[in-house]
Design a protein around this ligand. Structure first.
Ligand code: G4P
Length: 193
């Protein structure tokens, strides 16, 4: 997506060879106009897939997921990062470990919001190692839902997330695919590849 890539080049900055900071328009401050365009682009790609709900992981996925859900005219569900609540019958939980942040959390979903009737599009801001997306898929399967695909804003294609998900048969669609953050430059994979 041209607008997102241009914004990344203008306002993104490289922390190191692995991490791109985008906190002025996605992660901390969000640009509503850009989020609307992102939602429309993701919705256009998945419009014929029979999506019944858009699911995201708090917190940075919420803005683009909401805009995608608006464009698809379906509800959005937020998977929460909560402490273990083994005694609560209505909750599904699965442990996710973030390599980037060095943290673990229980990804949590109420059974009330996703059922076996749902065909779900997962939307998230970054795809790095694929752990968050894999955890989300695990949780959706625990709820007996099916996965329509994964819509990502920024894919770091030099990390293994995309391959891991494709191996599981997931349709991965990323609006900006970064092949390298080396030598102080942000390099994208051309859209045709
Ligand atoms: P994975 O889900 O693909 O395996 O990625 P990983 O665990 O390695 O990292 C997950 C967290 O780190 C996510 O945030 C993700 O947005 C963030 N992250 C990964 N790479 C980058 C990067 O290059 N730049 C920035 N700014 N963030 C990155 P989170 O823990 O879900 O937090 P939140 O921002 O959604 O609250």
């Amino acid at each position: 997506m041209k607008e997102l890539k241009e914004r990344i080049l203008k306002d993104g900055y490289i922390i190191n060879e692995d991490i791109l900071k985008v906190d002025s328009f996605i992660n901390h401050q969000a640009d509503p106009g850009l989020m609307k365009q992102i939602g429309e682009a993701l919705a256009a790609h998945f419009k014929d897939k029979g999506v019944t709900k858009v699911v995201t992981i708090e917190s940075s996925g919420i803005a683009p997921a909401l805009m995608t859900a608006l464009a698809l005219e379906v509800p959005m569900v937020i998977l929460k990062k909560e402490p273990s609540k083994v005694l609560n019958e209505g909750l599904l939980q699965t442990m996710v470990t973030s390599f980037t942040k060095g943290t673990s959390y229980e990804l949590t979903l109420s059974k009330r919001f996703i059922t076996e009737m749902d065909h779900v599009l997962i939307v998230d801001d970054f795809l790095a190692n694929g752990e968050a997306a894999t955890g989300a898929i695990r949780l959706l399967r625990m709820a007996h839902a099916t996965v329509a695909g994964l819509g990502i804003l920024i894919e770091k294609s030099f990390q293994p997330g995309r391959e891991k998900l494709i191996e599981q048969g997931i349709d991965v669609y990323s609006l900006a695919r970064i092949s390298s953050l080396k030598d102080g430059a942000i390099t994208f994979i051309p859209e045709s590849e």
